[in-house]
Each structure stands twice: as C-alpha cells, then as structure tokens.
Design a protein around this ligand. Structure first.
Ligand SMILES: [Zn+2]
Length: 411
C-alpha cells in the first residue's frame, strides 16, 4: 500500500511538472474550440490539415503496429490533436500478449523466389525453415511433407494484388505457419504444384508479453449525456504505414471533432482512435468493457465506425438501420455530391464497432470504393503511403459525416 502511495505521488509530480512545461511550451495544447473549428473551416484548410497529419502519422512514423513504440508515438500525436478542440482527452490503456514476424524469406519453389508475407500473430518456423513440395490446397497453396502429405505451411492468395500478410483457413491446424502470396503468382504456383516441385520458406517471430495497448479518447460534452460515438482505428499491421487503412480515416475523425467543437451540441460527442483493430479489436473491446463496467454504454445512441474511407469517393455504408441509410442518401442529395454511396445490409456492428452492440445504439460501419485500381492493391502493403490517399475522398467523407453528425444531433 505504502509503495502504491509513493508511486502515486511521484506520478503526480511527473504530471504537474509536465503541466508546467505545457503551460510554458505549447499554448495550442489547451482546447481552443474556436481556433480548432477554424482550422478545418474550408476545404482548402482541411486539405492542408490532412497533408500535415499524413506526413506526421504516416510518412514520418511508418508502420505503427499495436504494441510498438511507433504506435505510442502516433497515439501521442493524436492526443495532442484532440487537445486542440477537446478539454477532455484521455488515454485508455491496456496490456496484451503480442507477437509479430520480424524477418522472413521469400517462398522458394523449384529455385524461383516468390514474395510471401507471414501472418500477423501467426507461427514461425525453425531457423532451417520448412521444406517439402508445393501443392494446391483449398483456395491457396501449401508446402506438404513429401512422405506423409502433412501440411507444413499454408499460403493464402491476395485477390486484390501482390502479397499481403497471410490468413489461414479455419480448418487448418492452428500451429501451421501461414503466409500470404500475390495473385500474380498463381499461374507459376499452379504449374509448380502439378510438377510437385520442392518448396521452402522460413519466418521468425518475436514474442512480446504485456505489450501496451493505447486508445485515445476525446469528448465534447453536449447538453445531454446521450452520446454519438465515432471510432477509427489508428494501428496498422507490421508491414505497412497504413495511409488509407486507416490513418486517413482517423484524420477525417479529428477534423469532425474540430468542426463539432465550434458548435453547441445536444449530444455528447465521443471520438475514439482505437488500437489493436488489426488483431481482434482488443482496443475497442477494452474501451467498450469500461463503458459497460461504469454503466454508461447505454448513453451511446449512435456508433459510427470509419475504416478505410479513402479507397474511393463512394462511401460504402453498412447498417441494419434503414433510417441511417436514408439519412446518408438525403445528405448526398442535399449536398449535391456527385458520388454514389454503396448501401449494404451488413451489420453496422462489425469489427471495431462490434464491442458496442450492448449499447443498443444505431450503428454504421463505413468503408469506401471507387478508385479500386489505385487504392486496393496497396491494402496492407508497404506502399500504402501518404501519396496514395486520394484527398477528394477525405473531403467527401468529412462533408458527409459532418452533416450526418449535425442532423442526428437534432434527434
Ligand atoms: Zn482497417
């Protein structure tokens, strides 16, 4: 107990010391809704805000997988950005067991090298790697033990383009190493499988116990405790800077917060930059569990989950709520937007919004399509870089959801 108290005291000193520094150093760190709203008040200003943050969060930081120092740095930047417009900004922290590939080889088939990317949180191989013969299996390929036909490694195919991190089929033994390959290599692998060519690959994983998970939560109090919650994941997978998935959507969310902070809102607005989405939504689950524990989950009346809003100008709206879809349609008409939203019957409670189902809120999950040739091939690839973000899609998403929040706030 005594030890705890000491700790609290030193934490307190650290905190107040930090506060003094902030007072001297960075005036803008204190919420200033008028200037924050002004920062995003025109399309031109929004574009320069977006470019500035894409540089900081994507170009300068690179991949920011959950649990990494790079992620923590990005979370600090988002915290500071939220502080521009919100007095109430918090880190919501948790710990999790993490393991990620740190190095791996190409897939070698009959002497030919084929790009392969290991699975996030998958299994590595021995240092000698895995050797056997290549075969077709399910929708992908496998390296088989030549004697007994056992699957030694599995290869999933990225239908959008080049190799991305692998994902194993459900029926696979969980300890089998999994890799992803690109669709351009299918013909070569088909021929190799027919000829039962020898194949080999290796991957090394790094375990990290008690890795830090960090959500960043900002809130704009409204007249009522009834709440609109917006969530966008800030983490990327290990091999991509994640400009389109999902940093640009986080930037859209920040701009919505700045814009809303300049208004008097009926609803309380909560903005969540979530961690660990690229795993099993641990960040969103952690935050939602906290809201269940303190009995505030039912305050949430709307959940808006933004994931990859910039694959094209046509927003892809998933919701079971017809009113939500009608509203998106009305907004496109009223703002005279020339884009064609895609409406899906899929549940709005999916991925990062899934943990908020107990709220009973109306839910919307938004993705996008339209520049598929340019944007989808970079999905989960090292070249999902800042220059790949179509800025018109950032602007369209901002306009639609700014109006959406204004209108549902009147309900
Ligand atoms: Zn994503």
């Amino acid at each position: 107990m005594i030890k705890d108290r000491k700790l609290q005291r030193s934490e307190f000193i650290k905190f107040t010391g930090g506060l003094a520094f902030l007072l001297l150093g960075s005036k803008w760190l204190f919420a200033d809704p008028t200037s924050a709203a002004d920062l995003v008040s025109t399309a031109q200003k929004r574009q320069s805000y977006t470019l500035g943050l894409l540089k900081k969060l994507v170009t300068d930081i690179g991949p920011k997988p959950s649990g990494s120092k790079a992620y923590a740095k990005a979370a600090r930047i988002v915290f500071q950005e939220m502080r521009r417009s919100m007095a109430k900004v918090n880190y919501d922290k948790y710990e999790f067991d993490n393991w990620e590939p740190i190095k791996w080889t190409n897939l070698l088939v009959g002497g030919q090298a084929i790009e392969a990317v290991p699975q996030k949180r998958g299994f590595g191989t021995s240092p000698q790697g895995i050797n056997g013969i290549i075969a077709k299996r399910g929708t992908g390929f496998a390296i088989l033990n030549e004697q007994n036909g056992d699957v030694l490694a599995y290869f999933s195919v990225n239908q959008y383009g080049k190799a991305i991190a692998g994902s194993g089929p459900g029926d696979l033994d969980k300890s089998v190493p999994v890799f992803g390959i690109g669709k351009q290599d299918i013909p070569l692998l088909d021929r190799s499988a027919l000829n039962k060519l020898p194949a080999g690959i290796s991957a090394e994983y790094h375990p990290l116990h008690k890795a830090p998970g960090i959500n960043v939560i900002g809130q704009i109090p409204g007249k009522s405790k009834k709440e609109i919650l917006v969530i966008a994941h800030l983490d990327t997978i290990f091999n991509t800077p994640g400009a389109n998935d999902n940093t640009a959507s986080v930037i859209v969310m920040l701009m919505l917060a700045h814009a809303a902070s300049g208004r008097q809102n009926n609803h309380t607005l909560t903005f969540v930059a979530s961690d660990s989405e690229e795993y099993v939504y641990e960040g969103a689950y952690h935050y939602a569990k906290g809201r269940i524990a303190n009995n505030t989950i039912e305050d949430i009346r709307y959940v808006l989950n933004f994931d990859s809003l910039t694959y094209g100008p046509n927003l892809w709206i998933n919701s079971k709520d017809q009113g939500v879809k009608d509203l998106i349609r009305d907004i496109h008409r009223d703002l005279k937007l020339q884009t064609t939203p895609i409406y899906s019957e899929n549940d709005g409670f999916v991925m990062d919004s899934l943990p908020f189902r107990p709220s009973g809120a109306k839910a919307l999950h938004a993705n996008s399509r339209g520049y598929d040739e340019k944007t989808l091939p970079v999905y989960h690839r090292p070249d999902d870089t800042a220059d790949k973000v179509p800025l018109d899609c950032v602007e369209i998403a901002f306009q639609v959801f700014d109006e959406f929040i204004r209108r549902i706030d009147k309900e």
